[in-house]
Design a protein around this ligand. Sequence first.
Ligand SMILES: Nc1nc2c(c(=O)[nH]1)N[C@H]1C(S)=C(S)[C@@H](COP(=O)(O)OP(=O)(O)OC[C@H]3O[C@@H](n4cnc5c(=O)[nH]c(N)nc54)[C@H](O)[C@@H]3O)O[C@H]1N2
Ligand SMILES: Nc1nc2c(c(=O)[nH]1)N[C@H]1C(S)=C(S)[C@@H](COP(=O)(O)OP(=O)(O)OC[C@H]3O[C@@H](n4cnc5c(=O)[nH]c(N)nc54)[C@H](O)[C@@H]3O)O[C@H]1N2
Ligand code: SF4
Ligand SMILES: [Mo]
Length: 777
Amino acid sequence: MSANLPISGVANSDWKSTACILCECNCGVEVQLGGEDGRHLVKVRGDDAHPASKGYACEKAHRLDFYQNGPHRLTKPLRRRSDGSFEEIDWDTAIAEVAERFSALRKEHGGETIFYYGGGGQGNHFPAVYGNTTRAALGSVHRANALSQEKTGEFWVATKMVGFYTRSDFHNCEVAFFLGKNPWMSHSIPQARVTLKEIAKDPARCLIVVDPRRTETAELADIHLQVKSGTDAWLLAAMLGVLVQEELIAGEWLALHANGLGEVLPHFAELPIAKYCEACGVPEELVRKAARRIASATSVASFEDLGVQMNRHSTLVSYLHKLLMLLTGNFGKKGSAYIPTMMAPFTVGHEGGAGTEVISSDDRQGAGVKKGTPVTGSRLIGGLTPCNVIPDEILSDHPKRFRAMLVESGNPAHSVADAVRMREALASLDLLVVIDVAFTETARLAHYVLPVASQFEKAEATFFNFEFPENYFHVRRPLMAPLPGLFSEAELHCRILEALGELPAEPIAALRAAWNEGRKSFRQKFTELAMKHPRVIALAPALLYRAIGDLLPEGLAEAAGVWLLCQSAAQTQGASLTRAGFTGEPGEAGDALFDAILAAKSGVVFAIDNWDECFERLRTPNHKVQLAIPELFAELDALATATPSLATTEFPFMLSAGERRSFTANTIMRNPDWRRKDAGGALSINPEDARSIGIADGNRARLTTRRGSVEVLVNVSDRMQRGHLSLPNGLGLDFPAPDGRRVSAGVGPNDLTRSEDRDWVAGTPWHKSTPARVEAL
Ligand SMILES: Nc1nc2c(c(=O)[nH]1)N[C@H]1C(S)=C(S)[C@@H](COP(=O)(O)OP(=O)(O)OC[C@H]3O[C@@H](n4cnc5c(=O)[nH]c(N)nc54)[C@H](O)[C@@H]3O)O[C@H]1N2
Ligand SMILES: Nc1nc2c(c(=O)[nH]1)N[C@H]1C(S)=C(S)[C@@H](COP(=O)(O)OP(=O)(O)OC[C@H]3O[C@@H](n4cnc5c(=O)[nH]c(N)nc54)[C@H](O)[C@@H]3O)O[C@H]1N2
Ligand code: SF4
Ligand SMILES: [Mo]
């Protein structure tokens, strides 16, 4: 396999459409293939026809070939020998053994001891769709993914206040508010840099950024609230104090749309604003200015992200942030927050429910709806186990501890807090099976590694579709055939199910015959089967893939599972689909949408909404915004006496472990050569701090936390405030060099973090406030 770029050979002049897989924007891109084997992504450009990105793409997309090609790609299933080395085995053996070992575990200990991690990264969510069928067959009820170390606190708060996850309309807002979010680097909104520049240059609009660093986004801001690391709760409480005490809240709007104001106000009415401003390190005048600007705006769009979600008080901060927006009436109007129409509603943060979404056989009676995780009893939000408790759920003698794990398109040995302990936990499992394109840090600990076709070798899609009033969905076609011996997750899960004896042939044959008769027959047959056998719904993606995958347009077999999503979108969101042109009774509209998705190379607008609908969608008591979350009041009031900083004499700095930079992309990109900048993944530090320690730019230094100690490259930067350190995400990955050695650049941030540093509500980590010290070497 040709390992190294730059690519030689000429590009084929055809442009093929796909999407970038490096962040949740999934910008539509067009690619020219070339190189010696015609399999290299030689030229990449933004796709003008994509409904959300409209031709936009950032610098990372141009280097996607580093994902597609290289010696990191696996082509054969691997089995670990007792000495820890791996041997290649054939597919039949791999599938038979994996199925057999999962079955045995299930029989002996119950399917609920088989834990699932992942389901997709930034560009691929079909693994979750098909992986759920294997989970259902095995009775695996517990799962986690990256969301349960970032968004679950926000989901929990949003579900209580409005019933759904909300997003905001940055295109039309007067004020844009970014909280612990650096969209210049991390994007997350369509055409982020264009949008940011537009807001920044318009004198009538205002950009407010809350970040301890002077980020690229903060540099564009009208107001930069440069908080001290980990003190956002004080800042937001102070801003709410200003709104309440200066009587700036949207009284009329609240009277019409909200409950619970009377419970909330007392917590802010006497709040000592000056003291809280001092606690967060932001001048009181600036805090007042920001609060007043938000209150006076016709519309405010806001976005909170990892700077606060992976930090102290994270669920409380999510709550205070939502209060700031709702007390000023910024919901359900142009330029503010909305409830998007979703293709797959994965963002709802109800408690409990580890077993609710998977229907399986009878021996799971006792494992049904649970409030907490088996060992630590941690709160499940949206059915997700907090990532930080996974090691505790494994390293235990509890009879229902997680004994086996299926990891699919995720790399928890690297991405979860306390990587050392996480690896110890993974290594102690009775069975670890990893489904990935590459030999990851997690794969290295597996009993079996099952390689799959890359995201450019099969149909793929994500459910990161949050736009409004027009929302879109994009099923990408493969750019090329899989590497020899490889196939998709859809095929893999079907084979596992077949080996388990859990994929019945009759419904597949019946569905296939009905499809050939026409859509009406197909819908009737599906409904009939689902009514007769409840397991048809749980196994639907696999049944559909086997029944109709090869009858769909070429290359789109993996989209078969989307058929059911289209049907359920048509049932539950009929009006939105109708406005987007998918009309008729729900079954017909769903099929029309499915066909449009298959036909569109660059994505389809599947929903068109209007702003008023946001109020109809409020899934709360009496359709009103719920302002009070009493569970959080004690933590809120305790800010008055809590110590804002975690710094000690031993650990005088606060480290943000995992900053998004120009060339970081979680652990999707392994080849260190893909980085155009910051090859070594340097630790950023303020110039005066560097001087006081005796280190200079480009030096190496020792970075120590309560968990670990590593050597890092130093980047002295005046973007950093004193006392704050920042280390990039996505480094410390190993990669096979041409001479066979494994090379690694930079440091994995979770070599420095601890599992116990987590939020008490959601269990989300405190990665961004890790006490640390730096020493010259
Ligand atoms: N280039 C690039 N883009 C990406 C990704 C990537 O790997 N690389 N990953 C994608 C993913 S998975 C995600 S979840 C998003 C995340 O996107 P972001 O959340 O924007 O990314 P981060 O850089 O981790 O954190 C954002 C900011 O939080 C700030 N911060 C640190 N401590 C604090 C604090 O105490 N308070 C406040 N208010 N801010 C603080 C940091 O200085 C940083 O600028 O990015 C996505 N986009
Ligand atoms: N300390 C610290 N830790 C963090 C963060 C931080 O800021 N600081 N950020 C966190 C965040 S926000 C996130 S999102 C997580 C990300 O961490 P994870 O959820 O573990 O996911 P990724 O690192 O994106 O790993 C994606 C995996 O999918 C594989 N892959 C790529 N394409 C395919 C495919 O087609 N099929 C299959 N089966 N596999 C494929 C890749 O090789 C890679 O191993 O990390 C989290 N961890
Ligand atoms: S990294 Fe994100 S913003 Fe950049 S091109 Fe890819 S999807 Fe778009
Ligand atoms: Mo993320």
